[in-house]
Design a protein around this ligand. Structure first.
Ligand code: HEC
Ligand code: HEC
Length: 260
């Protein structure tokens, strides 16, 4: 009978506990909404300069990054077996590391099917009869491809066969049209996502002759999904700031081959 007498008290205690938990959750949700609004209202430079707001950005972004990005981007080090770039200050594929540039890539993706996504060029497959679907580009012979790869080796490690690299340089600036997308000096074109070919970071593989030849022969067109339909604007802003953080080596365990 003591049990029956105690029941209403247990029920009341339970109800109180549930109420407290719900109020806590509500307060937390309110706190997040207020923080999200603060984050979106501030100019990104102001957020970066404000340790408190940066903490808010990281708190909003980290769970979203772990759930949606880490599978490909890992801790920011990328994955050159799958063409996933390392986030590295001074070495962006798109733009120059401005928060709005990064935000745009995250919101609309790369070759994602989103009309606002980044999608101005692919790497042609020069061993194919028709190397490029977007415009007419002539194929290269296996010897040409070896020479072009040798020129890229000369740009990066420097340890190249001089005669082959000289032939490759002529191809790079001429018939191959490589400089149109990778720049005359091979340092890339961040307006179209033409990667820097001077190393030490690589999008695909490790910069060895074999992987360079493979890139030139078979082409590439890496995809990053668009996130603006799936994630809140404040989360996307937070992610852009978080990616910028990762590019400076914060919270990173390993690097993609060499350090950023
Ligand atoms: C399925 C794998 C995949 C997922 C998931 C993914 N990405 Fe990407 N991301 C890529 C690839 C591949 C590229 C390079 C695209 C290219 O080749 O141009 C890329 C490029 C980027 C870039 C451009 C980097 C630069 O150097 O300019 C940013 C920024 C980026 N991703 C952020 C994110 C964020 C943030 C998320 C999660 C919300 C995410 N990505 C999820 C595969 C992925
Ligand atoms: C129409 C533009 C275009 C042309 C022409 C072009 N490339 Fe590329 N190239 C790209 C793009 C874009 C990528 C990155 C592909 C991706 O994001 O997955 C790339 C990637 C590469 C890579 C891999 C880089 C890395 O970091 O792993 C190499 C090597 C390369 N190109 C060499 C060449 C050479 C040599 C030529 C000329 C024979 C050439 N490219 C011509 C656009 C081009």
């Amino acid at each position: 009978m003591t049990f029956l007498r105690a029941t209403p008290r247990i029920a009341a205690a339970l109800a109180l506990a549930i109420g407290l938990v719900a109020a806590g959750a509500f307060a937390r949700a309110e706190w997040r909404r207020a923080d999200a609004a603060r984050l979106l209202r501030a100019a990104p430079e102001a957020v970066i300069a404000d340790a408190d707001l940066m903490a808010v950005a990281r708190a909003i972004a980290k769970p979203a990054y772990d759930a949606n990005c880490a599978a490909c981007h890992r801790d920011g080090a990328g994955d050159s077996t799958r063409g996933v770039p390392a986030f590295a200050s001074g070495g962006w594929l798109y733009g120059s590391g401005d928060v709005y540039d990064i935000e745009r890539t995250i919101a609309h993706g790369v070759r994602s099917g989103d009309p606002k996504g980044r999608n101005l060029a692919d790497m042609p497959a020069f061993a194919r009869e028709k190397p490029y679907a977007r415009e007419k580009i002539d194929p290269l012979s296996p010897d040409d491809i070896d020479d072009a790869a040798e020129f890229v080796v000369s740009l990066s490690s420097g340890d190249a066969d001089a005669a082959a690299a000289a032939r490759g340089k002529a191809l790079f600036e001429g018939r191959g049209g490589c400089s149109d997308c990778h720049g005359g000096d091979g340092r890339g074109d961040q307006a179209i996502g033409g990667p820097n070919l001077t190393g030490p970071r690589w999008l695909w593989g490790d910069g060895a002759r074999e992987t360079l030849r493979d890139s030139i022969a078979r082409g590439h067109a890496g995809v990053c999904p668009a996130w603006d339909k799936r994630l809140d604007p404040a989360v996307i802003r937070g992610l852009a700031l978080y990616v910028l953080d990762l590019s400076k080596g914060r919270g990173r365990a390993a690097t993609n081959g060499k350090s950023p």
